[in-house]
Design a protein around this ligand. Structure first.
Ligand code: PLP
Length: 389
C-alpha cells in the first residue's frame, strides 16, 4: 500500500463519493437485544425484523441478533420470511400477516409460522395442512386494537370446541398492545386482563403480549415470549422518559456548498423563510426522497403553524436548524452561529445519531422514530460496524 492510498483512507470521513451515509452499529443492536432480554426476565426474547429490520437492513440485523442469542423472529409478510430464512436457518420465523389463499407455498418451502388472525385464515390454514402431517401456527387474539386477531370470545370458543381439528395446535397465542408507550393508560390493564382470559383457554401453549414498550410495563406483561422491535434499533419505546437504548443508526449528509445571504432575502420553495439577519446557509445533500421528511422543514409546512420548530442537524459540535422547506434532494441549514470558515463543502452533517436523538427528529416532524427509520431511502451508502464477538 503506498502512502497516497493510506492518506485517502484516512480522509474517508470527509472525502469520498458518498452523498449521504448511514452508519449502523451492530454492536449497539446486539447490546440493545441483550438489554431487552434482561428486562424480559424469565420470558424468551424474540426480535421483530419486519420492514427490512425497521429500515436498517434485514441481513445484518438478523445475523447479529441470532449471534446475540435470538431464536424467534417476527416479520410482516411471507416474502419477508422467505428472505429471512437462509440468514437464520435455525431460527423460528413468525409471519404476522398470516396465511392467505395463494401464499401457502411460501410458508411450507421456508418453514414459516403463520400467525392466524381470523376464522377465514384458520380455514385456509387447515385446508393447506390437510394433506400434510403437521405445520406449526400461531394464533393472534385481538384485545383492543381492532386490527388483526380473533375476538376473545371467538378464540375461547375455538379453544373449547370439541369439533376443533386435533391437527390445529398453535405453538403460540399472542396479542398486541395499543397504548404501551403510555404506561399510565388504562387500556394496558384492560388488554392484559382480556389476554389472560383468552390464554387460560389455551392451557400449556406459549403466550406473547409485549412489544418493546410492553416489556417496560413489567413482569405481568412478559408471559413466555416478548417481541421487541423499535428498542433494538435504538428507538424510544416509552413516551416522556429518557430513552435507555443505545443509538444504532447515524444518518449523515454531505454539505454541497455554503452561501451567504442577506437579511430580508428568502429561502427555498414558497419563499416561506424570510431571513431575519444576514445568514450563512449550508446546503446539504439530503431531502424528502431520502426520508428526510418534508414535514421537518423549518417553515412553510402546516405543522410549523402548531408552534413546533423544524429539525436541526449537528455540525462541528453544534446544533444547526433547518431553514425553509426541505426539498426532494436538498435541505438548507442555518450555520451562521458557527465560526466563520468552520463549515466547508464536503463536510458531513449529522441528521440523527449520537448527538441528535432520532425520537427528537421524529417529534419535530410530527411523527415517530418508527416512521423515520422505515422511510430511509435507497440513496444512502450503508456502512455496517460489526459487533465484537
Ligand atoms: C411491530 C410489532 C411488534 C414490535 O413492536 P415495537 O413497538 O417496535 O417493539 C411486536 N408485535 C407486533 C404484533 C408488531 O406488529
Amino acid at each position: 500500500m503506498n502512502k497516497n492510498h493510506l492518506d485517502r483512507r484516512h480522509a474517508l470521513p470527509i472525502a469520498g463519493e458518498d452523498h449521504a451515509r448511514l452508519t449502523i452499529d451492530l454492536g449497539a443492536l446486539a447490546s440493545n437485544w441483550r438489554s431487552m432480554s434482561r428486562r424480559s426476565g424469565a420470558a424468551r426474547t424474540a426480535a421483530v425484523l419486519k420492514a427490512n429490520a425497521y429500515g436498517i437492513g434485514l441481513e445484518s440485523a438478523a445475523r447479529t441478533l441470532f449471534a446475540a442469542g435470538a431464536r424467534d423472529f417476527f416479520v410482516a409478510s411471507p416474502a419477508e420470511g422467505a428472505t429471512l430464512r437462509p440468514i437464520v436457518p435455525d431460527g423460528r420465523i413468525f409471519v404476522l400477516s398470516g396465511m392467505w389463499a395463494g401464499s401457502e407455498r411460501l410458508f411450507f418451502e421456508n418453514d414459516l409460522v403463520p400467525v392466524i388472525s381470523s376464522e377465514e385464515q384458520l380455514a385456509i390454514f387447515m385446508a393447506a395442512i390437510a394433506d400434510r402431517s403437521d405445520h406449526p401456527c400461531a394464533l393472534q387474539i385481538d384485545t383492543g386494537m381492532n386490527r388483526l386477531g380473533l375476538t376473545v370470545a371467538d378464540a375461547t370458543a375455538l379453544a373449547t370446541d370439541p369439533a376443533r381439528p386435533a391437527s390445529f395446535s398453535p405453538v403460540l397465542v399472542m396479542s398486541h398492545l395499543a397504548c404501551a408507550d403510555d404506561p399510565a393508560h388504562s387500556m394496558n390493564r384492560t388488554q392484559l386482563d382480556l389476554f389472560r382470559l383468552a390464554t387460560a383457554a389455551f392451557d400449556g401453549i406459549d403466550a406473547s403480549l409485549a412489544n418493546s414498550a410492553g416489556i417496560f410495563l413489567g413482569e405481568d406483561y412478559h408471559f413466555d415470549l416478548t417481541r421487541p422491535g423499535i428498542s433494538l434499533y435504538g428507538g424510544a419505546a416509552v413516551n416522556d422518559v429518557p430513552n435507555p437504548m443505545k443509538p444504532v443508526v447515524t444518518a449523515e449528509a454531505r454539505i454541497l456548498l455554503v452561501r451567504d445571504a442577506n437579511a430580508g432575502e428568502t429561502v427555498s420553495y414558497g419563499a416561506s423563510a424570510v431571513l431575519m439577519r444576514d445568514t450563512r446557509i449550508a446546503i446539504a445533500a439530503i431531502g424528502y426522497a431520502d426520508g428526510y421528511l418534508r414535514s421537518l422543514s423549518g417553515t412553510g409546512v402546516p405543522l410549523r403553524q402548531t408552534g413546533l420548530s423544524g429539525a436541526s442537524g449537528f455540525l462541528h459540535g453544534q446544533r444547526v436548524p433547518v431553514i425553509g422547506r426541505i426539498t426532494m434532494d436538498l435541505s438548507h441549514f442555518d450555520v451562521t452561529d458557527l465560526p466563520k470558515g468552520a463549515v466547508r463543502a464536503g463536510d458531513f452533517i449529522e441528521l440523527f445519531g449520537p448527538n441528535i436523538a432520532i425520537e427528537d427528529v421524529a417529534r419535530a416532524s410530527g411523527t415517530i422514530d418508527y416512521e423515520l427509520l422505515t422511510s430511509l431511502g435507497a440513496r444512502y451508502h450503508r456502512n455496517y460496524v460489526e459487533a465484537e464477538r
